[in-house]
Design a protein around this ligand. Structure first.
Ligand code: MN
Length: 474
């Protein structure tokens, strides 16, 4: 469901003809050595492909046009090996429509004082070149990333890797298509938003479908398909029958299996990568999709409940950014207010993402107090521990705003035998009072996407690329 294997980044090394062909041959050799080492390091999630040296405005412009044209090229990393006069970079940089990272590094780690001469200094003058090049990016308001440090260092490579993941997600943003089964939940405010503006600013396509369009797909699923999928469930999850007979329990779970197959097929047929449901809009459905939605989120589809297409699209975006690791749709439910233990219980009616599970999920069938449908099957588990970010996209009428709160998730200390849904617990930063206050004062939603795999810096990098106002709470 998340297919990024064919993506690549182009590596463009800046220099000029001033120092002669011999110097340029050395620049080229160094660039090749660096490219090979970075690719072989295993630190980068996507390959780096070295381009011709950037020694003229014509060469730079043609490279950037090619980057724009090729779908497999996600972004550009530049390195100023020598001084590369930045007037040459203006046209190409202005044309570039994909993310740009300026790697402020140098081929040699240290200055070799005993042999250091004018030739060496002319050949290795990244400090000089970084400033000339940085000036033009700043003047063009390019919103490029700058990573500083010796290129062999793991922390420098990690910053490049993190940016690559953001760049892939940025490109994916323009391909995010949300299928909405039903409209928003009645009367709820924060899940509304301007769909046209979201498409202009983020590239998200948001399409409405009547629930009957999905019911047709559900009706077309065969018993054989359902039984095959049910066998897969038996391998992956614990079965908990509780008060149900095995027959009734299986019947209920198989309804969800038919939903999983039907929704997956519907989304594939339409090229959708995210979807929403609404418990108020289930005409023709026996259950609210629960287990089915959880399984599809685990495969990489974005989702949010109650017609919340903004959070569904954001979920898909962050799943791509995080390689679908420990990242999912979430809802703030209940406070723990005991002194020293202040935290927030996160859950949803059914649809909690199993990519956040710390233990083997069990399938539970239980009544649902809302929606007036049959008892629904869902995966129940405890959330894992880890530091991460919780993100909410809100529409303020004239602009979109992104809230980012750093959180520390922890495994629930005591069991909750009567809770028939998955639960995730976290403490907010900088502390409970200030964190919650800032969230509420800034109008952050109750629907969020949490990731224990992404950093605040990565979310900010994306926000800057799409000119999105953001608030960081940490
Ligand atoms: Mn909700």
């Amino acid at each position: 469901m998340i297919t990024t294997e064919k993506k690549e980044f182009w590596f463009v090394v800046g220099s000029q003809h001033l120092y002669g062909e011999e110097a340029l041959a050395e620049v080229k050799a160094h660039a090749q050595t660096m490219t090979d080492a970075l690719n072989e390091s295993g630190a980068l999630p996507y390959p780096l492909v070295l381009q011709d040296l950037a020694v003229s405005a014509g060469k730079i412009t043609s490279i950037m046009k090619e980057v724009n044209y090729r779908d497999e090229v996600v972004g550009v990393i530049t390195w100023m090996h020598t001084f590369s006069p930045a007037k040459m970079w203006i046209r190409g940089t202005k044309l570039l429509q994909k993310p740009l990272l300026h790697l402020a590094t140098q081929f040699n780690e240290s200055i070799p004082w005993s042999t250091f001469d004018m030739d060496f200094m002319n050949l290795n003058q990244s400090a000089h070149g970084d400033r000339e090049y940085g000036f033009i990016n700043a003047r063009l308001k390019k919103q490029n990333k700058v990573v500083v440090g010796y290129w062999e260092r793991p922390e420098v490579q990690q910053q490049i890797a993190d940016w690559m993941d953001v760049a892939v997600a940025y490109n994916e943003s323009f391909d995010i298509k949300v299928a909405r089964f039903g409209d928003n939940m009645r009367n709820v405010a924060v899940t509304e938003g301007d769909k046209v503006e979201a498409q202009i600013q983020f590239g998200w396509t948001v399409d409405y479908f009547g629930i009957g369009d999905l019911v047709q797909y559900v009706d077309a699923v065969t018993d054989e398909e359902i039984n095959d999928l049910f066998a897969e469930y038996a391998d992956l999850y614990e079965f908990e029958y509780s008060n149900y007979s095995q027959e009734d329990w299986e019947k209920s779970v198989k309804v969800q299996a038919s939903y999983e197959i039907a929704i997956n097929r519907f989304l594939n047929d339409g090229g959708y990568t995210a979807f929403t449901s609404n418990f108020e809009d289930l005409y023709g459905m026996k259950q609210l999709p629960g287990l089915a939605v959880q399984r599809l989120m685990a495969q990489g589809y974005g989702f949010a409940g109650e017609g919340d297409w903004k959070t569904a699209a954001l979920n898909r975006l962050l799943k791509v950014m995080s390689h679908n690791k420990s990242t999912g749709f979430m809802e703030d439910y209940t406070y723990e207010l005991a002194t020293g233990q202040e935290s927030i219980l996160q859950s949803h009616m059914l649809e909690v993402d199993p990519s956040l599970a710390s233990n083997k999920p069990k399938i539970v069938v239980s009544p649902l107090g809302i929606g007036n449908r049959e008892d629904a099957a869902r995966l129940v588990f405890d959330g894992k521990a880890g530091d991460g970010v919780v993100v909410s996209m809100v529409d303020f009428g004239t602009y979109y705003k992104l809230l980012i709160n750093e959180v520390s998730a922890f495994e629930p200390p005591v069991p909750a035998p009567n809770l028939p849904v998955a639960r995730v617990l976290w403490k907010v930063k900088p502390n409970f009072q200030d964190g919650v206050k800032a969230w509420v004062e800034n109008g952050g939603g109750h629907h969020t996407v949490v990731s224990l795999n992404l950093t605040t810096d990565q979310i900010i990098t994306y926000a800057k690329l799409v000119d999105l106002e953001y608030v960081v709470i940490n």
